[in-house]
Design a protein around this ligand. Structure first.
Ligand code: PMP
Length: 358
């Protein structure tokens, strides 16, 4: 049989593989390893009891948009929902990428951005981070102000490095370019208060802030994310989105979570405290160094004398799943460890100490 006539854009593309394997301690995907609080689950189930399953959902999820606009001090027209942040990332590439438009990417960062660029025929311009993973701010601004860039993505805190972008830098960047600037704040709830740039949305029509329910709000399995941006950007995105991508069940669950957001604060605070415990625990070991992080994970550099891939396997054999970044050019010999519960972190630290010894 002749070969399938696949889209040339996907020729040679590696599918995104989250490398999710069953394990006793799953700290590889930056989830909140504590599920939604019992009282929130009860409220969700009550709301679902009389939800019509036979009708299409509200395509734009306007109740959620209103609730989130209220939370952020914005208008409904500043909010657009998506089937996870992932769908919104793809839609941004469709709407602001394409032939003649480049993505300015700041690696090492979330690999999905580059995949989306390839899928949408968007050129990728990489401005790599420095050795300490800080952004080369002047280089990003200089490149973003050239006319070919349609989309700039700044991840703050960055995945997998945990590094924050400075607010002053984002403001300078917004003023310097007509490209859409996406600040991906998927992990922002774990960062220093006041580090989000969401408050800059009203003053900059080219700013897009991504937020998700998958991390701090423990809804990775539900698939719900949103953008805070200008009505002009929302209007472009409504041209490319799938009309019913945000289903009625997910809308109902997310609405209940927004209404109970205070119930998540104790777990978020515990994760931040546990991040410090994990950081100190790792850096007390010889053979590994954790980078400082403002997210719910730590990037850990394994000393060159030991292969990170071997350490990953020893951890997995001990029932602990972490993420192997060791083959990335800019994350050589690194593993990424999500912050779990105190018990999970203790199991990890003990297994990690053993794995480093061999
Ligand atoms: N942005 C970043 C930086 C992420 O790490 C992730 C999740 N891995 C997402 C966006 C998307 O998350 P979700 O689709 O679950 O909302």
């Amino acid at each position: 049989m002749s070969s399938l006539r696949a889209n040339p854009l996907i020729d040679g593309l590696e599918p995104y593989d989250p490398k999710y394997l069953p394990a006793r301690v799953m700290i590889s995907a930056n989830e909140n390893t504590t599920d939604v609080p019992a009282e929130v689950r009860a409220a969700v189930l009550a709301r679902l009891a009389d939800l019509p399953f036979n009708r299409y959902p509200d395509p734009l999820a306007n109740d959620l948009r209103d609730a989130l606009a209220h939370t952020w001090g914005l208008e409904r027209g500043n909010v657009i929902m998506g089937n996870g942040g992932d769908e919104l990332l793809f839609n941004l590439a469709l709407a602001f990428g394409g032939e003649g438009n480049a993505l300015l990417n700041v690696p090492p960062t979330f690999s999905v951005y580059e995949n989306n660029a390839q899928l949408t025929g968007t050129a990728v311009v990489n401005v790599p981070r420095r050795a300490d993973f800080s952004i080369d701010e002047d280089a990003v601004i200089a490149r973003a102000s050239q006319g070919d860039v349609g989309l700039v993505i700044i991840t703050s805190p960055n995945n997998p490095t945990g590094t924050l972008a400075g607010r002053a830098f984002v403001e300078r960047l917004l003023d310097a370019t007509r490209a859409v600037v996406l600040v991906d704040e998927a992990y922002s709830e774990f960062a220093a208060p006041g580090s989000s740039v969401a408050d800059m949305v009203p003053a900059h029509d080219n700013l897009v802030v991504l937020r998700t329910f998958s991390k701090a709000y423990a809804l990775a399995g539900v698939r719900m994310g949103y953008l805070l941006t200008s009505p002009a950007v929302v209007s472009e995105l409504t041209k490319v989105r799938q009309p019913y991508s945000v289903d009625a069940v997910s809308q109902a669950i997310a609405l209940e979570v927004v209404e109970h957001k205070e119930a998540f604060v104790p777990v978020i605070d515990r994760i931040k405290a546990q991040r410090a415990v994990l950081f100190e625990g790792i850096n007390a070991l010889s053979g590994a160094t954790a980078y400082p992080s403002e997210a719910n994970f730590l990037l850990v550099k394994i000393d060159d004398a030991i292969h990170a891939g071997v350490v990953w396997q020893r951890l997995f054999d001990a029932g602990v799943l972490v993420r192997d970044f060791s083959r990335g050019a800019l994350t050589r010999n690194c593993l990424r460890v999500s912050v779990g519960t105190p018990e999970e972190n203790a199991v990890f630290l003990s297994a990690f100490a053993d794995a480093l010894k061999g």
